[in-house]
Design a protein around this ligand. Sequence first.
Ligand code: KG4
Ligand code: ZN
Length: 346
Amino acid sequence: MKVLGLETSCDETGLAIFDSERLAEGKSGLLGQVLYSQIELHATYGGVVPELASRDHIRKLVPLFEELLTQCDISKNDIDAIAFTKGPGLIGALMTGALFGRGLAYALDIPAIGIHHMEGHLLSPLLGDNPPKFPFVSLLVSGGHTLLVAAHAIGEYQILGESIDDAAGECFDKAAKMLDLPYPGGPNVARLAENGNPEAYDLPRPMLHRGLDFSFSGMKTAVHNLIKDTAGSDSDAVVRANIAASFQNAMVDTLVKKCVKALKQTGMSQLVIAGGVSANLHLRQTLENDLAKINATVHYAPLALCTDNGAMIAYAGYQRLQAGHEDDLAVSCVPRWNISDLPALT
Ligand code: KG4
Ligand code: ZN
């Protein structure tokens, strides 16, 4: 079964084809993928401008689809089903992919299904070299979400904790802005942090001893104050790198401690990290070290599949279509959607 996946929930236009028959041949199920990032378009504004995002998805969907078919060396008639991101995300952006996918499926007379963006992220490590087996704890960390989920099976997700204010990725983006780094902030903060001392400044670890929820809004203020207090220093470059490293260290420390707590609380021994922030190498390394101490393992998607992409949507779509799920002709996108409200596979 060849499933076309479409991701347009924010500022990436991602298309991919997952082919289950390749799995049977012992190959990766990913037949091909194309990704267009709107980073440059939004960089001038320091963040995503929703209307510009929607318009750009519309411009890119058809040429990217044609490029994908060429890359995979197939025709559109070889596609068996289409999966598109139905939510959560920017409503206008979601609608572009949903309408394109639903319309194409209708024209080709094949099934279509709307997928939960975070379920796409959550299942993406199953496309990696070291896939986890259910049940596992999943830390979903993106620009819009910070969630700790107990994943019992596909569609059986129990939220253990979440951010009560800013998402972890959002906090990286805001810290980057304060450090005059370009959008998107996460990778740029991580790059600057490479040359800094993570112990230089003691930044807060919010809500560390309170359950499994997170709070990152205080971190913004802490970084802001730190930048103000250190302004005018002779060694500005060193100070900035130290701030980035100390900030990243505090973020990672908070995320890792909550993950360890969640594993202990659930008695599970596998942790999956997914979403844009899971591309952070310091987070991956710290989790590997700390989880080894409690005989737990950490699993993540290949780096290219950590941030938004069409492959994760194609894969989640394949899993649900195979179980008989499919959407009707009406297209309704869901900008806010709780992952624990998803139906189980059976
Ligand atoms: O999952 P994603 O691509 O889009 C959303 O669904 O939000 O995540 C994007 C977020 C951004 O906030 C970005 O700054 C962050 O992931 N991010 C990172 C890294 N790469 C991306 N944060 C920290 N370190 C990174 N290496
Ligand atoms: Zn995402």
